[in-house]
Design a binder for this molecule. Sequence first.
Ligand code: GAP
Length: 444
Amino acid sequence: MEIKRLDSMQTLVSLCKRRGFVFQSSEIYGGLNSCWDYGPLGVELKRNIKNAWWRTMTRRRDVVGLDASILMHPNVWKASGHVDNFSDPMVDCKDCKARHRADHLEEMVCPKCGSKNLTEPRSFNLMFQTHMGPVADEGSVVYLRPETAQGIFVNFENVQSTQRMKVPFGIAQIGKSFRNEITPGNFIFRTREFEQMEMQYFVEPGQDSKFYEEWRETRLQFYKDIGLNTDNIRFHPHGEGELAHYAKEAGDFEYNLPIGWQELEGIHNRGDFDLTQHQNLSGKSLEYFDQAQNKKYIPYVIETAIGCDRLALTVLCDAYREEHTEKEGKKDVRVVFGFSPLLAPVQVAVLPLSKKPDLQEVCYKIDDDLRDKALRVQYDESQSIGKRYRRQDEIGTPFCVTVDFETLEDKAVTVRHRDSMKQERVAIDQLNNYLKENLRNFQS
Ligand code: GAP
C-alpha cells in the first residue's frame, strides 16, 4: 500500500465542499473573496478545536477566560500602535492592475503578469473602519478589532482585581478578528475575517524570558495532544527585522502545509509595551501591586496567538491521507481524514445493513443511547455499506457500528475501525464501554 499526503490545496477545498466542511461564502451570488462558511462538519471540527484549546488554557489555576467586544474605543488602537503601524506596503501593477504586498514580491515583478511596471510601495492600514451611530463622520469612526489581545489588555485590572489573580497569571480569549489583508488566500489560511485564540500571560519583569520558553513548550505539547504530526512542525525565532512593533522577542510555530512552511502560531514577549501605552493614553494606572514583594510594577506579557481557522486548516491537512492499493490489476484509493477522536466531527456512525424497519429500530435505539452519552453520532442508511464506510473514512469517523440481521438474534453489532479497517463483534449492552475504551486508547 502506498500512502500519500495532501499535495494540493485544491483537493482539500473540493473535499471540504463535497462533504460539508467548508463552503464559499455567499456562493449563490458568486462568492465573496476570501470569505468562507463552515458547514455542519466544519463547524463541529472548529468547535472541537476551540474546546480543546479552551480546556488546556483555562483548566489551569493560573489562567482565566474573557470575551471582550469586537468594537472598542478608538483610542485602544491609537495606544496599541495599530493606527500608526498596522500596515503593509502595497504596490499596484500598472499593466494588469493587480495589487500585491511589496514584501511578498521577488525583485518587484508582478506575479500575475510578469510586468516590472509597478507603483512605488504605499503604506496600507489593515484595519477595517466603520462608523458608530447615525452620523458617518470622523468623530464616529470605530474599528473592527484586528486582534483579540487588546480586549485583554484593557481588562487587565478588571480581571486581576475581581478574580484576585496573582502574577504570574493569564487571560485567555477566543473571538473574531478582522484585517483588510492585501493578499488573502489559500483557502482558510489567510482571510479578512477570522477567529483567534489568544492568551496573555502577565509576569514580573525579569521573569519574561523564562515564561516565554515555558509557553513554547506548553504550546508544542498542545499540538501533540490534538494529534498533529510534530515532524511537520518547527519553531522559527524572529530575527531583528521581523519583530512586530510591540515585541521584545518572538517566534512562530510553523507547519509544513501543501503551500510550504507557514506560520501557525506566534509566541511573543510583548514586554510592558501594551499596558504602559494604555496607562499613558487612558490616564488609569495599570500597575500591579505585588504583595509578596511589597512592590509595584507594570507586568510584562508573554502572548500565545493562534488563528482558529488556520489551525483547522492545519488539522485538515495533517489528517488527510490517500491509501493507494492494487489488487488483481484493479487500482483503489481510500481517502481518510485520520482525525484524533477528540477533534473528529463524527465519532461514531450508526449504519443499518439495509433499510428494513426492524434494523432501523435497533439503530435508532443505539444512536439515541450514544448521543445521550455525549458522543458525536451520525446515522446513515443510504447506499451500500461499503460506500458508507468509505464516506465515513472521508469525513474522519473513527468507528462505524453496523446493525445486521444477526443483530436481531445475537444482540450484537459489528464495529469497524477507521484506520485498521478491523471489524469486531460487540454485544449491544457492551457497546458504550467498548467505544469509550477505544476512543480513550486511540493512537492518532
Ligand atoms: N496578538 C498578536 C497577533 O495577533 P499575529 O501573528 O498577527 O499576532 C496571530 O496573529 C495568529 O492569528 C497568526 O499566527 C495566525 O494563526 C492568525 N492570523 C493572523 N492573521 C490571519 C488572517 N488574515 N487569516 C487567518 N488567520 C490569521
